[in-house]
Design a protein around this ligand. Sequence first.
Ligand SMILES: O=C(O)CCC(=O)C(=O)O
Length: 355
Amino acid sequence: MDTKVISSGKHYSALPASYVRPESERPKLSEVSTCENVPVIDLSCTDRARIVKALAYACSVFGFFQVVNHGVSKEAVADMLRVATEFFSLPVEEKLKLYSDDPSKTMRLSTSFNVNKEKVHNWRDYLRLHCYPLEKYVPEWPSNPSSFKDVVSNYSKEVRALGYRIEELISESLGLESPRMPRVLGDQGQHMAVNFYPPCPEPELTYGLPGHTDPNALTILLQDLQVAGLQVLKDGKWLAIQPIPDAFVINIGDQLQALSNGKYRSVWHRAVVNADKPRMSIASFLCPSDDALISPPESLVEEGSVAVYRDFTYAEYYKKFWSRNLDQEHCLELFKNSRNPAAGSDTSSSILKTS
Ligand SMILES: O=C(O)CCC(=O)C(=O)O
């Protein structure tokens, strides 16, 4: 890479070689169709049992869904998108003051995914922030644009409340009492990735982010309404998720897959890029506390059997996740309980290489 970030204002007429995927790993964009039946859950519905039923279906069959009437204010969302756009429009020298490729840093501007570990880079820059507790992390956030800290603090609080509410509903959908999931997950951390994908000269040859699952519990994704790019793997096929107004995409993460004993699916997803327009997405991740013990409740483990995954702490899992490349096999595969006869392997990673 000749510059550290790709949002440098430099025009690329061809994709630099370090971003070019081998033929078998390319996105094959012309073969991707739009997902026509994305579950959309209206959280203002007064029939709670109906929401819970819709969630159970969405989490077990899709591993993701969209929520509308979710309680995060339109102003908070609009302000967040505005400061994110302003941040990535800053002069590159200003942005580079925040650059780091050390994944252990709690605030950094970076590029691709894990530049020091990966073989092929991804057409993405991102600002990564820790957002909880706010009083600990806000002081290290960017102060340019000047409204950044206020706007992102407010957005983070509203999104956190939404995430906890969804986790309670997810508990109920698994037949557990509603505080069960948030209680097991402890005092959850909250991280944010503000993703910026500049126009890409050869989008067929690379990714914004290759297929991956999220290592955390729950992801709340704000998609750019103007430019699509999110795709999910469903029944072995990549499907494009069209943004809908005033909605968030919610992804089940690896920890909820483990805690539900594999009943709910941490969905494989990826971001593709396009030649014409920049794209922005803002992912908020709810992460179990480091010492949270990830172990499914007995009621979800078949009598006479053992859990699909062995018990582990989130700290152990997170360390393993960042020690690898993004587009390898599902990290949960490494935590399988060999004594569970149902512990077949996840074949999706082979689809990632060949589809
Ligand atoms: O940009 C997107 O739509 C997906 C972002 C994503 O998957 C991530 O930040 O982990």
